[in-house]
Design a protein around this ligand. Structure first.
Ligand code: EPS
Length: 414
């Protein structure tokens, strides 16, 4: 069994988006309605443009799953998912004309230089945030695995400009938080702040401008020890940062207290450790932290507390009012090109973030507990949790055998 990984393919106005997931154990039940529900949420949110009225994102499986007894489940082979683009017009040059006036902030200019062209079209087609539908599908599939082990990811909009909620996120009120988020057109579980966020987006539209903002994800139920301090690229915080920065338009990522750690001393940052013997059945194994400034990660490994990740999205770079730019053919000053776009895609980005974060947690989970089948994964997980609760363990010895070294010790004694 290889590592859990995924790739995507597809252009914004090509025929379809493709997600290829490999390394998922066999026997995992796939909740197709849940995956499609996440795709639908990603299409929503106040501030979206006209494109979302055209598309209706739904996954079709091309490989890696099978339906038996009415249940869709993985079979251990690579899983290919397809999401069609209804606005499929990339092969019609009249409907997808060349773009010579790069939009500052978009991939247009850097991509044109990279591929040695003055037409930004092909760059912008792949750089488009349309591709996040494919990534959301991968993450939502990974959440089917996490849910089997009582892990859940919750993403929401923290705020934008001066409208930022201080709502506390707690697993105990998760149902209430989800209901409040669902009731908000901007996926913010705070009614008053939602209204202010909407007002800012409306004003940006009037001003022919755009806005970004802050999205946040909490992952509950993670056992300790996911990720590793052994190598930098196995640190889960590093991988989470990479996954979140990989979302189009994200410019910063924080874990837990994040950048505010710079403005406090150590005693006001680090989370004290306590033990409560009545809570050993919980993922934290009875170890309690009165605070969670570390965001559930110490040394790049989960510590049993919820993972907390916050991402900063810059404002959408396609401005109706345009920005000073240069025509790449004439080198003369021009206003940047306008392509139909969103005024704000922060609510959608919070859904993408909720799912890509979950994928990285699932990857780390399978690195620790992985096996070819769900039977093996479950046995490995349960056995580890049982051993962790029984700490300190006796030094390892082969069941029924002698410990390595016993023989030489007895020989030297003789
Ligand atoms: C995007 C431009 C817009 C967005 C798109 C991202 O697409 P279009 O040019 O077709 O109107 O709507 O996002 C999506 C299509 C999506 O599904 O999220 C861009 O340039 O990044």
């Amino acid at each position: 069994m290889g590592h859990l990984t995924y790739h995507t393919a597809g252009e914004s106005h090509g025929p379809a988006l493709i997600t290829l997931v490999s390394g998922m154990p066999a026997g995992l039940e796939i909740d197709l309605d849940f995956i499609n529900g996440e795709l639908e949420r990603r299409q929503g949110g106040y501030g979206r443009g006209a494109r979302q009225k055209i598309e209706h994102d739904e996954v079709t499986f091309l490989s890696g799953v099978r339906r038996s007894g009415g249940v869709l489940h993985t079979i251990g082979s690579p899983i290919a998912m397809q999401i069609p683009n209804k606005d499929n017009r990339l092969d019609d040059p009249e409907k997808t004309p060349p773009v010579h006036r790069p939009r500052p902030g978009h991939a247009d200019f850097a991509g044109a230089m990279k591929w040695l062209t003055t037409d930004c079209r092909e760059t912008l087609e792949r750089a488009s945030a349309r591709e996040t539908a494919a990534r959301t599908a991968a993450g939502a599939m990974a959440r089917c695995l996490l849910r089997e082990f009582d892990m859940e990811s919750f993403g929401f909009v923290r705020g934008l400009l001066d409208a930022v909620t201080d709502v506390a996120i707690d697993e105990e009120c998760l149902h209430d938080l989800i209901a409040k988020r669902e009731a908000s057109e901007v996926y913010c579980p705070d009614e008053k702040v939602s209204e202010r966020i909407i007002a800012h987006i409306r004003q940006a539209k009037v001003d022919k401008d755009t806005v970004g903002g802050l999205a946040e994800v909490h992952v509950f139920g993670c056992p300790p020890g996911l990720g590793s301090c052994a190598n930098w690229d196995q640190r889960l915080d590093a991988r989470l940062a990479g996954a979140v920065m990989g979302i189009q338009a994200f410019k910063a990522v924080e874990i837990g207290l994040g950048k505010d750690s710079a403005f406090r001393t150590g005693s006001a940052v680090h989370d004290a450790l306590e033990f409560d013997a009545s809570r050993t059945d919980e993922p934290g194994l009875g170890f309690i932290r009165p605070s969670n400034n570390a965001g559930g990660l110490e040394g790049g490994m989960t510590n049993g507390m919820p993972i907390v990740v916050r991402g900063t999205m810059k404002p959408i770079s396609t401005l109706l009012r345009g920005m000073p730019s240069v025509d790449l053919n004439t080198k003369k000053p021009e206003h940047s090109a306008y392509e139909r776009s969103d005024v704000c895609a922060l609510p959608a980005a919070s859904v993408v973030m909720e799912n890509v974060v979950a994928f990285e947690v699932a990857r780390a989970f399978l690195e620790k507990f992985g096996g070819d089948s769900m039977h093996e994964v479950q046995a490995s997980y349960e056995s580890y949790m049982d051993m962790a609760r029984r700490l300190p363990l006796e030094p390892w010895s082969r069941p029924g055998g002698e410990r390595a070294g016993d023989e030489s010790e007895s020989q030297s004694e003789a």
